[in-house]
Design a protein around this ligand. Structure first.
Ligand code: PRT
Ligand code: ZN
Length: 285
């Protein structure tokens, strides 16, 4: 039987979240340090551990069928793969930064400047679109020290909290690209593997949905029931059971994380008591 081969960053910012998702999909594998390939016990899948920069190429070539990778790395690589899903983790941006002491009045200030980056393709395209001619200096690491050592006037690098820029005396002046982890797939995947991929995507969707929702239980005086039920749509509608105490009911439902606190406040106001909120592992519709 064919196995789906998933590429995951071996060690770095995306590793833990990628592997957590695999586990949350109910898939377990033999983990061990230094492993390059791990077989899953209860799903026909193998996990290939790679440097993030290698993932788009492995997926393009079909050595891996799918992979989790930063969109910044994917776009920079120029590899031809399918973007299956945006994952919502590993969020960051690719930005241009200059020494803090320097004035900045707009993108034309970058005209004829030198910019150090590990993202020459994305930066080149951005500058071209803006009509700016600059000298792109490609370096592979420690980009943030380039202005300080006189290697370049500016940098273009990944920013998340901004503390690296701050501690290197730099300020962000242009945002080039916003990124998050994406699930990518090989373009010529076999029918059998496509079937496995769909099974995996079904589980991923259920995990994602579950993360966005909470299970809620509360007690309500019967006279407030209508009001409370109107606030809780549930999957179809909430479950209502009588409590041992006369005139009271217990209401069970699922609520969305987005308006969670507003909902709780409204429920309390409507007369709800003993509100209990619990996480959901899976939510299958
Ligand atoms: O060894 P390997 O090549 O696999 O790893 P790597 O060192 O190339 O990548 P890694 O693990 O640092 O990042 C993997 C992916 O995580 C990136 O491709 C991005 O998609 C995403 N990501 C999210 C980040 C960051 N946040 C991030 N903050 N990648 C890098 N950084 C670095 C950035 O380069 C800079 O040095 O963190 C610093 C800035 O962070 P702040 O918080 O100080 O702004
Ligand atoms: Zn890398």
């Amino acid at each position: 039987m064919e196995k789906l081969r998933l590429a995951v960053q071996k060690s770095g910012r995306l590793s833990e979240k990628s592997l957590d998702l695999v586990k949350e999909c109910g898939i377990s594998y033999a983990s061990g340090t230094g492993k390059l390939l791990a077989s899953c016990y209860n799903f026909p899948m193998e996990i290939l551990f790679l440097r993030d920069d290698d993932i788009p190429g492995y997926v393009e070539d079909g050595v891996a069928d799918i992979g989790f990778v930063g969109e910044n790395v994917l776009i920079e690589s120029g590899r031809k793969v399918k973007t299956i899903e945006r994952m919502g983790f590993g969020r960051c941006r690719l930005s241009i930064a200059i020494p803090r002491s320097q004035e900045y009045n707009g993108i034309e200030d970058l005209q004829n400047k030198s910019i150090a980056t590990s993202y020459p393709h994305i930066l080149g395209k951005f500058l071209k679109e803006k009509g700016v001619k600059a000298d792109i200096h490609e370096i592979s690491g420690s980009v943030e020290i380039a202005p300080g050592i006189g290697l370049a006037d500016a940098i273009c690098d990944i920013v998340s909290t901004g503390s690296t820029l701050l501690s290197n005396g730099l300020k962000e002046v242009e945002s080039v690209f916003t990124s998050e982890a994406v699930l990518i797939g090989h373009k010529g995947i076999s029918a059998e593997k496509q079937h496995l991929l769909e099974k995996l995507l079904f589980r991923l969707a259920s995990v994602k949905r579950a993360k966005n929702n909470k299970y809620i239980m509360l007690n309500a005086p019967n006279k407030s029931l209508q009001k409370i039920i109107a606030l809780l749509p549930g999957i179809n509608s909430p479950t209502v059971q009588s409590l041992a105490t006369e005139g009271w009911s217990s209401v069970h439902s699922v609520i969305n994380e987005d308006d969670f606190w507003e909902k709780i406040e409204a429920l309390k106001k409507a007369g709800a008591e003993g509100i209990l909120v619990m996480p959901i592992d899976n939510l299958i519709l």
